[in-house]
Design a protein around this ligand. Structure first.
Ligand code: SAH
Ligand code: AVI
Length: 339
């Protein structure tokens, strides 16, 4: 079995103007995907990896979340990005800007808007995302907005397919939106360290961190009045149904999102409204959820300044600049590889 999200194989790279898109997800193998998902569903407590949120519908819903009044992280980070001296961070070298989890590319567009058109000729943009649909939309929209910008899009799992990242040219890595917070704290440290190993002296790493703030503000951002986050959370069950051929009924579950102060994170769960039997052809029997049992679908860690500095230090990076809004609700840390 091959290929875990439908699509073309890596060899069928698609071109759009001066942009290319390659799908490397099939290399991870469907069998491994099925066994990973089943392993997590048999764990106690049950869980589903948050990377499965992002099929075409999940990516669309996430963009809708970023526009909600309650979801402060995007507009706060965007305001910081609008002031970011990108020209100073990249200099006048030929450079790859590699964005991990680029989503709907709205943030790189804000950053590239700040560059003069002659500076853009030195840039190759390399968005890396697990969502093929998000990258397809991105390359088309970027071609219209920044004609001539070289784009090499990579559909891949950035945690397990780091070897696919370009190595030769000078690089600026971007990991925005506090997507780093969706990894557990140890995973985040190891991930930044692994990426850093692919960097050369002089390369930079820009990481967005959502900061700790009033619990009410945090919890509202994940419990919006119009229920978009609820739809986003439940959509993960449709993705899982497609991958493991299970029969989860999303409306049998209630969306739960709350701040866990001891872990300093928002947790999202799907809680069974009644006793459930879930069937899946890859297991001999069904598996059961009792009423009130929950499936943990996402962690969104929040960061103190010392957490941010520790992540850079563990990777051997120098913390060069920290850009924050006036309330310190969100910070962008610019780390430099010096040796
Ligand atoms: N950076 C954007 C999008 C954040 S949403 C922003 O700040 O708005 C998180 C993005 O990361 C999604 O587009 C999702 O598809 C992608 N993603 C999540 N897990 C991933 C993984 N393991 N590998 C590659 N992309 C991943
Ligand atoms: C992508 N990531 C940083 C978002 C977050 O805030 O953790 C995903 C999200 N989940 C619910 N709302 C937004």
């Amino acid at each position: 079995m091959k290929g875990y999200m439908m699509g073309y194989s890596a060899r069928d790279a698609i071109k759009c103007g001066s942009a290319t898109i390659e799908n490397h997800l099939p290399e991870t193998g469907l069998q491994k995907t099925v066994s990973d998902i089943l392993y997590d569903l048999y764990s106690s407590p049950k869980r589903i990896s948050s990377k499965y949120f992002y099929d075409a519908e999940g990516s669309r819903l996430f963009t809708e979340i970023t526009r909600l009044p309650e979801y402060y992280p995007t507009r706060t980070e965007n305001a910081i990005l609008r002031e970011l001296p990108l020209d100073k961070l990249i200099g006048s070298f030929d450079i790859d800007i590699i964005e991990l989890g680029s989503g709907d590319h709205s943030k790189i567009a804000i950053m590239l808007d700040r560059l003069l058109s002659e500076d853009l000729t030195h840039v190759r943009y390399v968005p890396v995302d697990i969502s093929q649909s998000a990258l397809e939309t991105s390359i088309m929209e970027l071609a219209g907005r920044f004609p001539g910008l070289a784009v090499q899009a990579i559909v891949a799992d950035y945690c397990h397919q780091i070897h696919l990242l370009p190595e030769k040219r000078k690089k600026l890595f971007c990991f925005l939106g506090s997507t780093i917070g969706n990894l557990n704290r140890d995973e985040a440290m190891d991930f930044v360290r692994k990426i850093t190993r692919t960097m050369n002296p002089g390369d930079g790493f820009l990481i967005g961190f959502d900061r700790i703030k009033e619990t009410a503000v945090l919890e509202k951002a994940y419990n919006d009045a119009t229920g978009v986050t609820e739809r986003f959370n439940k959509n993960i069950l449709r993705v899982v149904n497609r991958l493991i051929l299970s029969d989860f009924e999303p409306d049998d579950f209630e969306h739960k999102a709350f701040y866990n102060p001891s872990e300093r994170r928002i947790e999202m769960h799907l809680e069974a409204k009644k006793q459930l039997r879930i069937r899946c052809p890859f297991i001999e029997k069904h598996f059961e959820l009792h009423k009130g049992e929950s499936i943990h679908t996402e962690n969104s860690h929040k960061f103190e300044l010392h957490d941010i500095l520790a992540i850079g230090a563990y990777a051997g990076l120098s913390a060069d600049r920290l850009f924050s809004d006036n309330n310190a609700w969100f910070s962008l840390a610019y780390f430099l590889k010096t040796e």
